[in-house]
Every structure is written in structure tokens, then in C-alpha cells.
Design a protein around this ligand. Structure first.
Ligand SMILES: [Zn+2]
Length: 471
């Protein structure tokens, strides 16, 4: 409805009616706002089309039925979100599959698909600040999503099922999503599979409903989770239950799922509590309240730190457990706000491998040895040093230098500020940003605040300069 014109041109009866309408409008009781469309991107440096503006998601409720014949899903996802402006329409990302219906607060909504973008126009605009529920029904075969670096992400078919590995943007392969690490939410994930299969996911196993032919597995992640860390993994698993002590419980549940064709992963499962306890002593309390591992023959060439319960393509060695579990603090609890800052994940997880090796072997010089090794292995003229870990580019997000030079950056910081201040910085980083999203600039600022040093030159040299830093 257009704004009413000046009152002076109106006749008496119309003035009375208009004033009545204005009174109701002022009280917020009449017409909803007209609103404007939400942004179709999130402003990410590397994936600007991914993620959307105009709302924040608080909770995803994903309910899917998987059928081995045709490897298809029938799915329903409800997003509970809060509008951050008056919204006439908004976008989600969903790649592939067929959308059957979209409802907003129970009313059918119009929608248009363009590539991975799903644009939704509700029957009524959504007023700024209000909570609203979007229900999307969809069917089809969830796709593999090829990332900018060429790696396979999304829904990865396996011999006996499938596994979701969604970093950086593969979440849109299996549910409609605000596909950015800066919008974290809690999740309920329910998956129905034939009884001979199991369905692993994040967080706590709330319950299992078993019928004559199929079982529905209900999982809940009650801590905020970035969409790329959500997983479901379906297969003929052995399930192993155990527990470990953490800060709040003598028996934090550990639930692991192992493809028996890869063995029992008994050594790896037995190492998880010791590795996790070491990381807690180093960085502060474990950020979640469940853990475990998913071990399956996923032919992608990498493991992923899916929240609480990482996915490994084979029984993992202890250094890889240390890497993926360190991500629970660095990446999962404290998530990069922008994909450009991926070293906040990989540099920290790699440095944690070094710390774990020092702990395991009783040789405190491991980090210095590794620093010296990488520094010397690549001469000053080597192209190795041209890749900047603080801004590697979308095609090099997971290049060796992001891991190695990222870890060297942390070791250079430790050398500069001393070991006590270094760990104080890491603990403060985790404590101040837990369950949120943060940036490299905020890390530099925090490191300077905690250490009382000016550190711009150090981070500039190690993260952003395309040459080997001087020692
Ligand atoms: Zn990693």
C-alpha cells in the first residue's frame, strides 16, 4: 500500500477514515510492512554468492528418508529464522534435487530456483525482528558439490550409503541453507534408513525409532554449528559406545561408527580420550558435550572435522585425530567469519598436531624442529613462499602453505611473546569467541592485547607477504 497523501487535500469523511487508519498503523496493528528483498549473498570474500542477507537462522530441523534404490532422499527441512529487516523475499541455497513446496509460517509461498539459489516470496512480508518458519519439501538425489579447488564435497556416495562432507559450501547438497560460516545455528537431524544400515550425525543421539523395515535416527546438536560442519553418514556401520570425563561430566558420551571393512579402528577409538584431554588442557574446556568418530571408505582424499564427530576415510593415526579434534576449538567453536581466514582453522589444527607430538614423545622441541624444517626445506627463492596463508584465494584454501606456514605463523608468535603468553592468547581466543564467528584482524588485536606487544609487522610478514619472512 502506498503512503497516504497530504491530509489537506482530503474531504471530511475521508480525513476521518484516514486518521483512523493512521492511528491503527501507528499502533502497528494494520498493514504489514512492504519490505524489500534480502541480499542474495553474504559478502564472503571467496564465495560472495553463498549465504544471504536479511535474516539469521536460529535452528534447522532436517528430516530425511534415504532409499538405497536410486540413492534418493525425500526430505523436509524447517528453518526457524529472525528477520533483520522488513523482508518481501529472501534467498536460501539448495543445489540440485526438486523442490515440491515452500511454506512460510504455514502459508504456501512462491519460489524461484536459479542455480543453487532458492528465492522465496512469502504471502505476507516478514517484519523486521520477527521470527519466522520456512518449511521446504524436496526430493531427489543429493549431489556432489565440486569446490573451487576441485575437491569433491556435498553428498558423497559410498559403497553402502553416503556421507556428507560439506566444507566449504557443500551443505546445500542436502538441505536449504544460509550457506555461510557467519550464520551458525542449532540442528535437529532425523534420518530414516533401512534397518540393516545406520545413520550417524552430529551431537547427541536423542532416540531411534525402529519399525519392521526402517529405523529413524534422531540427532540433536544443541550448540551453534556452521552449516559446513553438519553431516549425515549412512552405512553398514559397527557402532561403538564409550565415554570420557570432561569438565561438566564424568561420562561424556563417545559414539563412533566404523565400516567393518576397514577393521575396528580400535586403536584410533582408544586414542580419542587421551588426545581430547590433552587439547582441553592446552586450550580450555571441550566446547561440546558429545564426541566420537565416523570411519568410512569415503574416496575424497581428506578427513573432515564435522562437529563433535569427525569423518575419517580410514582408521586415523593419532596425529590426524589431534588435527580434527583441535578443529573442535579452532573452526567449530570459533569459526572464521570469512573463508579468506581459513588459516584460523588449518594453521591452528596443524600446530596442534605439533603440540600433540611433543606431548606424546616428551620432546618439547617438536614445534621448533618442524618450523626449522619447513623454513629450510623451501629456499628463499622457492615459489612456496608466494602463497599467502592469510589470503590464499578460493582455489588454494587447502594448499599446504595454509597448513604449514599457518602453523609457522603461530610458532613465530610463540617465539615473539613467549610460551606462557602464547597459550594465554589461544585460551582467550577460544573463551572470548566460543560458539561464534571471528576474523584474523580480531585475532591480531587479541594477541596484542594479551601480550602487550605490537604485532602487526609479524602477522603482515607471515600471513600476507608473498616471500619468505626474515628470521
Ligand atoms: Zn583441518
Amino acid at each position: 500500500m502506498p503512503r497516504p497523501g497530504p491530509l489537506r487535500v482530503l474531504t471530511g469523511a475521508v480525513v476521518a477514515a484516514t486518521l483512523t487508519w493512521l492511528g491503527a498503523w501507528a499502533a502497528g496493528a494494520a498493514e504489514p510492512p512492504v519490505g524489500t528483498p534480502g541480499d542474495t549473498g553474504s559478502g564472503d570474500s571467496y564465495y560472495p554468492a553463498m549465504g544471504n542477507g536479511g535474516y539469521h537462522v536460529a535452528h534447522y530441523d532436517i528430516d530425511l528418508t534415504w532409499r538405497p534404490l536410486g540413492r534418493t532422499v525425500e526430505a523436509r527441512t524447517v528453518l526457524t529464522s529472525r528477520a533483520t529487516k522488513d523482508l518481501s523475499s529472501f534467498n536460501l541455497e539448495l543445489d540440485g534435487m526438486q523442490v515440491e513446496s515452500v511454506h512460510v509460517d504455514g502459508a504456501p509461498a512462491a519460489y524461484v530456483r536459479d542455480g543453487a539459489e532458492l528465492s522465496v516470496t512469502p504471502a505476507q512480508p516478514v517484519p523486521d525482528g520477527t521470527s519466522f518458519a520456512v518449511r521446504v519439501r524436496y526430493v531427489g538425489t543429493p549431489p556432489v558439490v565440486v569446490a573451487e579447488d576441485g575437491s569433491s564435497t556435498g553428498w558423497i556416495p559410498t559403497a553402502d550409503g553416503g556421507t556428507v562432507l560439506a566444507e566449504p559450501t557443500g551443505a546445500m547438497a542436502w538441505f536449504p541453507v544460509n550457506n555461510t560460516p557467519r550464520d551458525k545455528a542449532t540442528f535437529d537431524i532425523s534420518v530414516s534408513v533401512p534397518n540393516r544400515l545406520k545413520a550417524a550425525s552430529n551431537g547427541a543421539l536423542v532416540r531411534r525409532d525402529t519399525g519392521p523395515k526402517r529405523t529413524t535416527w534422531h540427532w540433536r546438536e544443541r550448540w551453534p554449528m556452521a552449516a559446513y560442519l553438519a553431516t549425515v553418514s549412512i552405512g553398514e556401520y559397527q557402532m561403538y559406545r564409550s565415554s570420557m570425563a570432561n569438565e561438566t561430566s564424568a561420562g561424556m558420551p563417545l559414539l563412533s561408527f566404523v565400516d567393518p571393512r576397514l577393521g575396528r579402528a580400535a586403536t584410533a577409538r582408544s586414542q580419542l580420550p587421551a588426545v581430547t584431554s590433552f587439547l582441553r588442557r592446552s586450550f580450555g574446556p571441550y566446547p561440546f558435550d558429545t564426541s566420537g568418530m565416523i570411519v568410512d571408505n569415503v574416496r575424497v582424499g581428506y578427513a573432515l572435522e564435522t562437529q563433535g564427530r569427525p569423518v575419517y576415510p580410514d582408521a586415523p593415526p593419532d596425529w590426524l585425530i589431534a588435527h580434527e579434534m583441535a578443529h573442535q576449538w579452532f573452526g567449530n567453536s570459533v569459526t572464521p567469519r570469512d573463508w579468506r581466514d581459513i588459516w584460523l582453522n588449518e594453521g591452528f589444527a596443524t600446530y596442534s598436531e605439533w603440540l600433540w607430538e611433543a606431548e606424546k614423545t616428551g620432546r618439547p622441541g617438536v614445534a621448533q624442529r618442524n618450523f626449522d624444517y619447513y623454513y629450510g626445506a623451501h629456499g628463499a627463492a622457492s615459489p612456496y613462499w608466494t602463497l599467502r596463508p592469510g589470503d590464499p584465494g578460493p582455489e588454494n584454501m587447502f594448499a599446504d602453505q595454509v597448513y604449514e606456514r599457518g602453523a609457522m605463523t603461530l610458532h613465530a608468535l610463540r617465539t615473539e611473546v613467549g610460551t606462557p603468553a602464547f597459550f594465554e592468547i589461544l585460551r582467550a581466543w577460544v573463551a572470548e569467541n566460543q560458539h561464534g564467528s571471528a576474523s584474523t584482524a580480531e585475532f591480531v588485536e587479541l594477541a596484542e592485547r594479551v601480550s602487550g606487544r605490537q604485532l602487526d609487522a609479524l602477522f603482515e610478514a607471515w600471513l600476507y607477504t608473498p616471500s619468505r619472512p626474515a628470521l
